[in-house]
Every structure is written in structure tokens, then in C-alpha cells.
Design a protein around this ligand. Structure first.
Ligand SMILES: Cc1ncc(COP(=O)(O)O)c(C=O)c1O
Length: 411
């Protein structure tokens, strides 16, 4: 499989962490993606511009910083299924979520509820809870949290759509992850968007775990807004710049927003006049002077996605994760002591790269055995191991090593 992999050469574009001069098998791209070798070159280029030009770097040099976000827009549009003006890198994810809620949560006396998935990522839960309070609503009343049915790990799309229908009269917004961080479930965002619009509400997704991982068609699905971070599958560095999507249908509307000067019409920004005039599209939600060094790393990483292309990445991702799934099933069949339950859906259309695995006994010991063998996943209490083979830099052989380490433990 590795020899036949059309993307095999992309692994060389990354720094693979090592232990005692041996490369680790890094399955943690769902948390922090690996460093593209091009990141350092791109950052150094901007450091050199700063060194040589000082403040003139905003207007001169190879890539004037003033319009630097534009270097990322085409690639982000391809990755998210958007038009370039619908996407913009800016700020950090939770900041962007609050900015989008400011614009897209438009409660009325009758319609004021936000629907989300229970046990979504904590930062999102805190954002929704505190955002509601700043608008004078009690989350106990205004927040609808959809839970999995008893005995299930995941919330079915049918259940979500039914709850949306039930609350159609009072719903203002559906705001949830597109791919759940803990279970690895990929939601049917198209169906959710349709049902939400039918109910007369708006819909926004947190795509932290979906972007650069799962196929997205945000424009065609009619999603109103989305936010993501770039430090997971987008490999843009710890705390890397976030991104937003605002659907074209909202670009000429006068939605309220929290503005800053970087969202102001670029051609006239330095006239420093009163009265906010936004840039067109998602860029009009920018607030502050961007972090050019973070954008340089982002740009370098996005160039790799442009080369590899999402359809090929997804094809390999399904094979890699399917292979891991098959090997875990084999361990369950062959072993006496080691029983592993997969929380992540078995249907490839309902997941990305990640498998979340519950280890029924001695979970921590199993995780430590993997780590000692140089297999890096992550551990979530009380007994969950998440492994995410990333198609840009992981190999089928690395996936097979998981089996080689775990099998003897169960015999
Ligand atoms: C699903 C999800 N949402 C939100 C966040 C928070 O992102 P940030 O700390 O960049 O605001 C994360 C971070 O890992 C995440 O996984």
C-alpha cells in the first residue's frame, strides 16, 4: 500500500519527530499536526523582510504584509469548499466563534434558542454559555443540548434533525462541531444545514477537527458561518492562526459585528477616518493587525494541500483509517485479554482520520506500551485512546505497527 500510495512523497516534506534517532509513528495530527519543512523557510523569509525593511515590509518586499491573508484564501477555499472571498485566516478559534455569534445569533422574543451537541469541545460550550449570558439569556433555558441515545456514543443525524424540527419555532441558531473531537464522528453538515434553514434558523460549524481532514462543501451546503483552527490537520504550528467562513449570501447584509481596523476597507484603511466600512466578504470580520509569522507558516502548509489536493488526501485517509480499524478488529478477535471498543462510527462517510478507542482493561498501560514503542496517540480519561493517521505524513506500515505492539498484549 505504501509503494502504491500516490501521496507517499509528501512525508518527506515534514519533520518527523524522533526518539534515539528513530522516527516516531505520529498519530496525533488531530491535536497538533507536524511541522512542514517549508514553515521555517517561510517564517525566515518574513523575518528577513522585517530585518531589511522594518515597517516598509507592510507595503514592500516580495510579499507585502498588508494583503498577506490573500495568500491563504485560495487554498482555504479549496479545502473548505468555499469561494475565496468567503474565507479568511484571522485571530484564534474561540475568538472567532464569539465574533460569529455576535453576527449570527440574532435572537427575537420568540426565536432565541441555540442548539448544540452535548459534550462538544469545552471551549465551545464555554463560548455558548457565556455568549448567551452577555445577551441576557439563561443557558439553562436558551441552550438545547442534544445527547446520544442511551447505549450510544454518538448522536445520530436523524435524532439531530428531529430535535431541530421539534424546536423549529424557538430556534435562532444551530452551532456545533462538524467533526466531534472526542468520538471522531463526522456529522452530515449538509442535512443539518437544510433542516436548520427549513426551521427558519441559521447554522454555524466549528471545523477544528474537520478542516484539512474531511470533505467540505460549505458554500453549496449553504452553511452560514464556520470557524476552525489551523494547528491540527492543517499543520500550521502551535496556536496557529484560525480561519472563518462567512457565506456569500451574508456579504452584503448589514449584520451587526464587532469590528476592528483590519476589517476596514483596505484601500482606505490608512485614511484613519471615522465610521466603519468593512472589506468585502469574510475579510471584513478581521479585527487586528495579523501575526505575519503565523500566517507565513500557515501559507507554507496550505501550499502542500494545494499540491496534494483534498480528494486524494481523503482517498488515502479512508484507506489508512480503514486499515487501522480492520487491525483493531483483528486484535479483538485474536486476543483473550485485550478488548477494544471503537467509539468512532464504522461508516467511513461518518468519520475523518481519527479512531477513538475504548480499552476496557488496563487502558493506561496499553497507551504507555504504545508510547514506549514510539507510537504517539493521545489519551483521554478514563480509558480512551485516540489515534489519527494523517494522510500527508503517515504510512500503512506505521499503522501496522500498532497491531504489532498491541497483539502480544492480548494473548
Ligand atoms: C473542536 C475544538 N473547538 C475549539 C477549540 C479551541 O480552540 P482555540 O484554543 O484555538 O480557541 C479546540 C482546540 O483544540 C477544538 O478542538
Amino acid at each position: 500500500m505504501d509503494a502504491a500510495d500516490p501521496l507517499q512523497f509528501f512525508r518527506e516534506r515534514f519533520h518527523i519527530p524522533q526518539r534515539q534517532h528513530q522516527p516516531l509513528s505520529y498519530f496525533c495530527g488531530n491535536s497538533l499536526g507536524l511541522q512542514p519543512k517549508a514553515a521555517q523557510i517561510a517564517i525566515n523569509q518574513e523575518l528577513t523582510t522585517w530585518q531589511n525593511l522594518g515597517v516598509e515590509g507592510w507595503f514592500e518586499g516580495e510579499n507585502p504584509w498588508l494583503g498577506y491573508h490573500r495568500h491563504c484564501q485560495n487554498a482555504l477555499a479549496h479545502i473548505t469548499g468555499a469561494q475565496p472571498q468567503e474565507v479568511c485566516p484571522m485571530n484564534q478559534l474561540t475568538v472567532n466563534l464569539h465574533l460569529m455569534l455576535t453576527s449570527f445569533y440574532r435572537p427575537t422574543a420568540r426565536r432565541y434558542k441555540i442548539l448544540t451537541v452535548a459534550s462538544d469541545f469545552p471551549s465551545d460550550q464555554y463560548a455558548l454559555e457565556t455568549h448567551l449570558r452577555t445577551r441576557g439569556y439563561d443557558p439553562a433555558d436558551a441552550l438545547i443540548e442534544v445527547k446520544p441515545q442511551a447505549g450510544n456514543f454518538t448522536v445520530s443525524t436523524a435524532d439531530l434533525l428531529a430535535v431541530i424540527d421539534t424546536h423549529a419555532d424557538s430556534l435562532a441558531l444551530v452551532c456545533m462541531s462538524g467533526l466531534h473531537y472526542y468520538t471522531g464522528q463526522l456529522f452530515d453538515m449538509s442535512a443539518i444545514a437544510q433542516a436548520t434553514h427549513r426551521a427558519g434558523a441559521w447554522v454555524g460549524f466549528d471545523l477544528a477537527h474537520a478542516v484539512g481532514n474531511a470533505p467540505l462543501q460549505l458554500h453549496d451546503w449553504g452553511v452560514d458561518f464556520a470557524v476552525w483552527c489551523s494547528y491540527k490537520y492543517l499543520n500550521s504550528g502551535p496556536g496557529g492562526v484560525s480561519g472563518v467562513f462567512v457565506h456569500q449570501k451574508h456579504h452584503s447584509s448589514d449584520l451587526p459585528r464587532l469590528a476592528g481596523w483590519w476589517g476596514y476597507d483596505e484601500a482606505r484603511r490608512f485614511e484613519m477616518t471615522k465610521g466603519f466600512v468593512p472589506m468585502e466578504g469574510a475579510a471584513g470580520w478581521q479585527l487586528s493587525t495579523p501575526n505575519i509569522l503565523a500566517l507565513a507558516a500557515h501559507r507554507a502548509s496550505l501550499a502542500i494541500f494545494e499540491e496534494a489536493t483534498m480528494p486524494l488526501l481523503r482517498q488515502k485517509s479512508e484507506l489508512l483509517t480503514g486499515f487501522l480499524e480492520a487491525l483493531i478488529q483483528r486484535i479483538n478477535e485474536e486476543s483473550n485479554d485485550l478488548k477494544i471498543t471503537q467509539m468512532t462510527p464504522t461508516n467511513p462517510a461518518e468519520r475523518g482520520a481519527q479512531l477513538s478507542l475504548l480499552v476496557h482493561q488496563n487502558g493506561k498501560m496499553v497507551f504507555e506500551a504504545l508510547t514506549q514503542a514510539g507510537i504517539i496517540g493521545d489519551w483521554r480519561e478514563p480509558n480512551c485512546i485516540r489515534l489519527a493517521p494523517a494522510p500527508l505524513y503517515n504510512t500503512f506500515e506505521e499503522v501496522y505497527r500498532v497491531y504489532e505492539v498491541l497483539r502480544p498484549m492480548g494473548l
